[in-house]
Write a protein that binds this ligand. Structure first.
Ligand SMILES: *[C@@H]1O[C@H](CO)[C@@H](O)[C@H](O)[C@H]1NC(C)=O
Ligand SMILES: *[C@@H]1O[C@H](CO)[C@@H](O)[C@H](O)[C@H]1NC(C)=O
Ligand SMILES: *[C@@H]1O[C@H](CO)[C@@H](O)[C@H](O)[C@H]1NC(C)=O
Ligand SMILES: *[C@@H]1O[C@H](CO)[C@@H](O)[C@H](O)[C@H]1NC(C)=O
Length: 730
């Protein structure tokens, strides 16, 4: 899943869409939303409710203390001592790490430590008198259970809930020269500058703390800093040597007159140097910084325990070189006497990196950093030297090379085999009365994926949701909410894997019994939009097109029926990297963000419209598609035409389709797609898993469309789905 969306979502009050984070970090998104709220309402103050811990149902005296609740009293006392020492009135604790990663390692879960909420989204602010946590609908129940009554629960998206800036302004009212602090490595540059602007209007100063205050008080029980082995990704998967990539970087930097580039995104350093590790859940990256210094023709990589890692044996069986060999450095990480490009390797230490960046900034005219960058680095570069835009790494990483494209295609084939095999079994057993729940299904599917060649785990936490849970867009099953999968409910399954040669992300929605007419209508409207987007061709132009211009194709059938989905339509995806990858995406953005990027050949996107009926069901269809050149009937002024080709090869749910609502083009598209599934996946199942083969075969039979000049109503009736009567009967 993993949906991209900007203002559309903000307007509707949904937030924290994982996908967005691949482009801007969480807090940046939250801040944009905050700003939007301010701009839509003239008198927010009268709307905002005064929320306190007493508003929490589990807090009045006499309530039972849940067993998983975290006692934060001592932690808050310690944190306030730290705040007092440096003289700040409030402290902002975001969820992210120093690299603005989408997923964080347990070591970095400061916000969880301070308030107790284990969910992935949220940020905390602590003042001398109050402590508040903002999170979204997915985590309301969990926050109520896990946080003790020191905490105010700010339910984002609910009426009258103040934004973090609004709340800060109100609770700090009356304090003279009030100051708010945050650790600048953990807060993104955009969030920081937005907070700063809004707070300063109210005479509140935002200050950088020299230390990570939560880190200071988290002295016992803190997980250790991630330190996974780093392996070179062989050329047969990466498709391009890092030296070639480095030469490309130098060219791109020269074009923009950038003397140096500071790389802090973990997927960027991993891609640039063809390295992978497992420091972070779901994303095969490692803690690192890279400085590319064009003036000195020097590249420095900062990693943890560099001495050990340079010379240790690879732990990935496909990797043949040790790290120092791969990077063409000495065993101590130095470059002296090395011919050709060499990467100097030093110890990962934010202070050392900061010092080095400061000195590079001094002798450089222009320094390039990503829009996704901590305030710590952003603030080291004076405005006149700052180039903050999508790095050439992010742009080139998105445009997969021919070997990467092949890998994406092949890994999606294996992924489809796993998913089809699992769902064939699930459907059969659910119908036979075997008990399956959201969690047990997610776990079993992980096993099926794990058996596939080159699988290296999941690309995100599986969204396995039955019935009303499906309406929670970012739902992930937990002990508190686990539901049984039945023949009475819509079942939504959104999952993906990491493979050495690709990253996958696929959603299919099922109904193992009889869906209602309304459910079928909604699903078909979603499917029509999904097909129309997958089927469109567009002309390559110097100025686009951008995904925001294509989004309406997926949305239009729902809109024409007065329905919608409150998320974007598509996100980029990495090659054995992040499941969400910028800089381009397909989504309504309202105002055009400066970091948006056109759709280009070789990029891969998800196509994932959906529909969610609160309290009842959720449905989404998602496939990954490759952007390719197409030779069409004509060729307007010799232009290049691009379009999409699906790499996900999993059938759609016939139980939910109203075929008479599909156009001839849509039926043709489905037939061609399903034929491809048969041709590619069929041979892989026919001898090894007959049950899965039959399941797939039944769902990919040709649909016939009765073409005639009959009036529309009669035509609908004439759409005879002969082969599908089998499906409904069986
Ligand atoms: C929470 O911790 C504080 C301080 O350590 C202690 O005084 C208090 O009794 C604890 N509360 C509960 C409910 O255990
Ligand atoms: C901020 O401080 C200035 C100077 O002391 C004062 O004139 C102004 O009214 C203050 N603004 C707010 C919003 O408190
Ligand atoms: C930088 O160093 C590499 C390796 O020595 C060399 O191939 C390349 O030409 C150099 N680039 C410049 C601009 O000097
Ligand atoms: C669910 O509960 C069981 C037993 O109560 C526990 O062992 C398990 O770790 C829990 N799982 C999660 C994801 O919380």
């Amino acid at each position: 899943m993993h949906l991209f969306s900007f203002l559309l979502v903000f307007i509707l009050g949904l937030e924290h869409l994982y996908g967005v984070v691949a482009v801007i970090q969480n807090n940046d998104v939250e801040e944009i939303k905050d700003r939007h709220r301010r701009s839509v309402s003239t008198d927010r103050r009268s709307e905002i409710r005064d929320i306190s811990p007493e508003d929490r149902p589990s807090c009045p005296p006499g309530q039972i203390y849940p067993p998983n609740r975290v006692n934060s009293t001592q932690r808050l006392r310690d944190l306030r001592d730290e705040m007092r020492k440096i003289g700040i009135d409030a402290y902002i604790i975001p969820s992210g790490d120093a690299h603005q990663s989408e997923y964080t390692s347990p070591y970095d879960q400061r916000r969880r430590f301070i308030c107790g909420l284990s969910g992935s989204a949220g940020y905390a602010i602590v003042t001398m008198a109050n402590a508040a946590l903002w999170t979204d609908g997915r985590y309301f129940l969990q926050a109520e259970a896990e946080m003790d009554c020191n905490w105010i629960l700010m339910k984002r998206g609910e009426k009258g809930v103040p934004s973090s800036t609004e709340w800060l302004i109100s609770v700090l009212e009356g304090i003279e020269d009030a100051t708010v602090g945050s650790y600048p490595y953990l807060l993104g540059s955009r969030s920081w500058t937005n907070y700063e602007k809004e707070l300063s209007k109210n005479n509140i100063t935002l200050v950088k703390t020299n230390e990570d205050l939560v880190g200071n008080i988290w002295t016992s029980g803190r997980p250790s800093f991630p330190n996974s082995p780093i392996n070179a990704l062989p050329y047969k998967f990466a498709g391009r040597h890092w030296q070639e990539k480095m030469a490309d970087m130098h060219v791109a930097m020269k074009t923009k007159e950038a003397d140096a580039m500071v790389v802090s995104g973990l997927d960027e350093t991993a891609w640039l140097l063809n390295l992978r590790a497992s420091d972070i859940p779901f994303t095969p990256v490692f803690f690192s910084y890279v400085i590319v210094d064009r003036k000195k023709n020097q590249t420095i990589l900062y990693i943890k325990n560099h001495n050990t890692k340079l010379t240790s044996n690879p732990t990935e069986e496909e990797t043949t070189q040790k790290l120092y060999e791969h990077l063409n450095t000495g065993t101590d990480g130095s470059c002296s006497g090395k011919p050709g490009y060499c990467v100097e390797v030093r110890e990962y230490d934010p202070v050392a990196v900061t010092d080095k960046v400061s000195s590079v900034v001094e002798y450089s005219e222009r320094v390039w950093i990503s829009p996704i960058c901590s305030y710590a680095f952003y603030s080291l570069i004076p405005k006149e030297k700052l180039l903050q835009e999508n790095t050439p790494i992010s742009v080139q990483k998105a445009r997969k090379n021919p070997i990467e494209r092949q890998g994406m295609i092949k890994s999606h084939v294996r992924d489809a085999v796993a998913l089809i095999s699992f769902v064939a079994r699930l459907e059969k057993e659910v119908k036979a009365g075997v008990r399956w729940t959201e969690l047990s299904a997610a776990d079993k599917l992980t096993e099926y994926r794990g058996k596939q060649m080159y699988n290296r785990g999941l690309s995100f936490e599986t969204i396995s949701s039955s019935g009303s849970n499906g309406a929670i867009i970012h739902y992930a099953p937990s002990n508190l909410t686990d539901k049984e999968i039945t023949t009475d409910d819509v079942y939504l399954l959104d999952s993906g894997g990491q493979y050495l040669d690709g990253t996958t992300d696929v959603t299919r929605t099922f109904h193992f019994g009889s869906a209602t007419d309304f459910q079928k209508e909604c699903y078909t409207l979603v499917l029509k939009g999904y097909i129309d987007l997958a089927n469109v061709k567009f002309m390559k132009m110097s100025f686009g097109p951008y995904g925001r211009e294509l989004d309406i194709l997926a949305r239009r059938h729902l809109w024409n029926s007065g329905l919608d989905y409150r998320h974007g339509t598509g996100h980029g995806i990495g090659m054995y990297l992040g499941v969400h990858e910028g800089p381009a995406r397909i989504g309504m953005t309202g105002k055009q963000p400066s970091y948006d990027h056109p759709i280009e050949e070789g990029q891969f996107f998800s196509d994932e419209p959906g529909y969610y009926e609160d309290g009842s069901f959720g449905m989404r269809v998602e496939s990954i598609m490759e952007v390719k050149k197409f030779n069409l009937k004509y060729k307007f002024r010799n232009s290049v035409f691009l379009g999409f080709e699906l790499v996900t090869l999993v059938p759609h749910e016939p139980n939910l389709i109203k075929y008479e609502m599909l156009s001839k083009d849509q039926i043709d598209w489905l037939n061609i797609y399903h034929k491809k599934v048969q041709d590619i996946i069929g041979p892989l199942l026919i001898n090894t898993n007959r049950e899965a083969y039959d399941w797939m075969e039944l769902r990919t039979r040709k649909i016939t469309y009765a073409v005639s000049a009959a009036p529309k109503e009669i035509l609908s009736l004439l759409i005879i789905l002969l082969s599908f009567t089998l499906v409904f009967v069986s």
